[in-house]
Design a protein around this ligand. Structure first.
Ligand code: OKP
Ligand code: ZN
Length: 343
């Protein structure tokens, strides 16, 4: 399986986030990608290639122009004011405030385009996110040209980012960009399956009123788990998209039997949809030892996930999302990919 990877991810390196009232080092750190790359190469799974430059057009199919312009300029604007520390929002326009006027104040701009305080913007954030989108697009192009599957190994992750907002460590929604590229390449029906521990609220928002991209997410119940305000079972799509969004919220601590029941339901639905391509938001924070999540998957379960996905028989793009047990993230991702390859 082809792996598309760029070292530019390293430029996105936040220092701290608030966790249970304390400043702690960011969970989403560059070492995550290093461990996945090492494990992929050690397993001899296939070629590792740098992304091609696909430009901004396929990204503008998903994200709003003013949001992309903000991401591209915000660090330089901050540096011009003498800023050196990570950029973090401190104020948000909630219900009743206006979002049509972009404030001149940089911290106010951060709040306009974000939904949490845990996603620092650093000097290399835009470059890293852009490279990640190009990794996903390069993987998608390889699959559209006939490869059975490809893996986009990038960070920061993407599935919490919506048309015009970031959060949950995510800035550009790489999986959504790849799914849209399948549609733009002529696929009438695409399936996007999110197996990260956290609900893919950004991806859901992007495709909520569309019937061409079926979005499904298996995740910790948002009543107790991040991102809290979306991901319930009664969110089934709107307008033309009604019936093309499916959430499988499981109580934190759910056992693997329950998790695989949800996977089975999601897989049957992908087949019923008549999908011509599959994009997988591959987070492995469902791992038993993950520091911020509470499911119980381990190596054998990750392999079983890959085996079930390969049985769908679809051209498949894997896009890396979460996974914060850094020492194990590589083996867990590789287990999924090996299961898929039948090894
Ligand atoms: C990203 B992905 C807020 C911190 C909340 C955010 C978890 C994001 C997970 N200060 N934690 O889905 O793996
Ligand atoms: Zn996650």
């Amino acid at each position: 399986m082809l792996c598309v990877h760029s070292p530019l991810h390293r430029g996105h390196a936040g220092t701290h986030e608030i966790y249970r009232g304390e400043l702690v080092p960011c969970f989403e750190k560059p070492e995550r990608a290093d461990f996945v790359l090492q494990a992929f190469q050690r397993a001899g799974l296939g070629e590792v290639r740098a992304p091609d430059d696909h430009g901004l057009a396929p990204i503008e199919r998903i994200h709003a122009p003013r949001y992309l312009a903000f991401l591209a300029r915000v660090w330089d604007a901050w540096a011009a004011q003498g800023g050196t520390r990570d950029l973090l929002p401190a104020v948000w326009p909630t219900r009743g405030f206006r979002d049509d006027i972009e404030p001149d104040n940089l911290v106010a701009q951060l709040g306009l385009y974000s939904f949490d305080s845990g996603s620092p913007i650093t000097a290399g954030t835009w470059t890293a996110a852009l490279a990640g989108a190009h990794c996903a697009l390069t993987a998608q192009a390889a699959v559209a040209q006939g490869a059975r599957a490809a893996f986009s190994l990038a960070r920061p992750p993407g599935h919490h980012a919506g048309t015009d907002f970031y959060g949950g460590y995510c800035f550009l929604n790489h999986a959504a960009i790849a799914a849209q590229a399948f549609v733009d390449g002529g696929a009438a029906r695409v399936a996007l399956l999110d197996v990260d521990y956290h609900h893919g609220n950004g991806t859901q928002q992007i495709f909520y009123d569309r019937s061409d991209v079926l979005f499904q997410s298996i995740h910790g119940d948002p009543r107790t788990e991040y991102p809290f305000y979306l991901g319930h079972a009664d969110e089934t799509g709107a307008g033309a998209g009604l019936g093309f969004n499916a959430n499988y919220p499981l109580p934190a601590g759910s056992d693997n039997t329950r998790w695989f029941e949800a996977l089975e339901a999601a897989c049957r639905r992908i087949t019923a949809h008549g999908a011509q391509a599959l994009v997988v938001s591959l987070g492995v924070d469902t791992f038993e030892g993950d520091p911020i999540s509470r499911f119980h998957l381990r190596g054998p379960e990750f392999t079983r996930l890959g085996t079930r996905l390969t049985a769908l028989g679809l051209p498949t793009v894997f896009v890396l999302e979460g996974g914060y047990a850094v020492a194990e993230i590589g083996d867990n991702v590789v287990s999924v990919l090996q299961g898929f390859e039948g090894g």
